[in-house]
Design a protein around this ligand. Structure first.
Ligand code: PEP
Length: 250
């Protein structure tokens, strides 16, 4: 049985005070969710310390949305994996399409970030997914395969076991356009097969999340698919009730 995960990516939303309120709302709501569902929340850096305090002992894990590619030093404005880990954070989202698109993140940078994540005993949530033009040109499988080969294939098996994959078709993120459950399943099965070609049966345990306009009213159908092990949720993670309702969709 694979782990079930519902992760919330808050992006650059909420003030620290609002973020703590949101986290408290999720803590309160999770009493009504099956214990088999694991929640992760990824607030902005500025909220991490307080959100870790609010969620401590509740079973909710906290994730950062990014980390620096270097360990420490003269990198103004960057936040290192060691700093993040020292707060009690457990996960880091890496390779989100917004970072690839707006901040020019490449596989080269992401490989360095992976090194930092594992050196600090954090776990990556590695995001992959194709752009609309790539899907329309029938290249979506190639794009996703390349994103796996260039980064995930460089991991040691013990690191791979700690890695969560999030398939997020870029055309579905924040657009209100969700991939159909069948499109998600088709890609998730392809991702698992690709991972198996490198890591063998370990890939049977890999958690592969779907991300892209997932909401309470479409989560059930998405999560009903064999290779969809949960969701990485953007917009709908900003309301505790919606995030909890997604957790209840298993
Ligand atoms: C995301 O950015 O990871 C995401 C899935 O966003 P949304 O749910 O808003 O499409």
């Amino acid at each position: 049985m694979r782990k079930k995960i519902v992760a919330g990516n808050w992006k650059m939303n909420t003030t620290p005070v609002e973020g703590v309120e949101l986290a408290k709302g999720i803590v309160a709501g999770m009493r009504n969710v099956d214990k088999a569902v694991n929640f992760i929340i990824a607030p902005p850096f500025t909220h991490l310390s307080e959100v870790v305090k609010v969620t401590r002992g509740t079973g909710i894990a906290v994730s950062a949305q990014n980390c620096a590619a270097e360990a420490k030093g003269a990198y103004t404005g960057e936040v290192s994996a060691a700093m993040i880990a020292s707060l009690g954070v457990e996960y880091v989202i890496l390779g989100h399409s917004e970072r690839r698109q707006y901040y020019g993140e490449t596989s080269e940078t992401l490989n360095k970030k992976m090194v930092q994540v594992f050196a600090n005993n954090l776990q990556p949530i590695y995001c992959i997914g194709e752009m609309l033009e790539e899907r329309e040109a029938g290249k979506h499988f190639d794009v996703v395969k390349q994103q796996l080969e260039e980064v995930v294939f460089n991991l040691e098996p013990a690191q791979f076991e700690k890695t969560v994959i999030a398939y997020e078709p870029v055309w579905a993120i924040g657009t209100g356009k969700t991939a159909t459950a069948d499109q998600a399943q088709e890609m998730h099965a392809f991702i698992r097969e690709t991972l198996k070609s490198k890591f063998g049966e370990l890939a049977e345990q890999t958690v592969i999340l779907y991300g892209g306009s997932a909401k309470p009213d479409n989560a059930k159908e998405l999560f009903s698919k064999a290779d969809v092990d949960g969701g990485l949720i953007g917009g709908a993670a900003l309301k505790a009730a919606d995030f909890i309702a997604i957790g209840q969709s298993y």
